[in-house]
Ligand binder design. Structure first.
Ligand code: CO
Length: 153
């Protein structure tokens, strides 16, 4: 399993919802474990399933309290206030740019046990959740970024 890089049609496709009954299956649990491992190894802030070629609405996020696993996330509230902040992406190696995101969000999702959860996030965590949910809609940060630069050049 490897991380797909832009351009790739899986990265620009809308991912399909995960059947909640399948979250606790061995296959899905293995996928989550592999994604967490890859995210940590690559030192990423998050990783979405389409980035490893799985068109599923699933992402893992690196938080100070450990990995946050979100299945079928829906951003249900967004602050009117937005802020610019620098982003990069494991699928667009070397590129960084500023993206304007909602400062605070509420996200409803199912966790790795198949439980419905709600998280209120702001700042960096809110940014990462928005970046990862964009992946599930086939949107890469480079389409929204200003001052995009390639540090590998
Ligand atoms: Co990304």
């Amino acid at each position: 399993m490897k991380i797909l890089t832009h351009p790739n049609k899986i990265l620009s496709a809308r991912s399909k919802p995960v059947d909640i009954k399948h979250i606790t299956s061995q296959k899905t649990q293995k996928l989550v474990a592999d994604m967490v491992k890859m995210m940590l190894k690559a030192d990423g802030a998050g990783l979405a399933a389409p980035q490893i070629g799985q068109g599923l609405r699933l992402a893992v996020i690196n938080t100070k309290d450990g990995p946050l696993i979100i299945f079928n996330p829906e951003i249900t509230k967004k602050s009117l206030t937005k802020e610019w902040g620098e982003e990069g992406c494991l699928s667009v190696p070397g590129f960084f740019g500023e993206v304007r995101r909602h400062k605070k969000i509420t996200c409803e999702y199912f966790n790795e046990k198949g439980e419905k959860k709600t998280i209120k996030a702001e700042g960096l965590l809110a940014r990462v959740i928005q970046h990862e949910t964009d992946h599930l809609d086939g949107i890469l940060f480079i389409t929204k970024a200003r001052n995009l630069k390639n540090v590998l050049k």
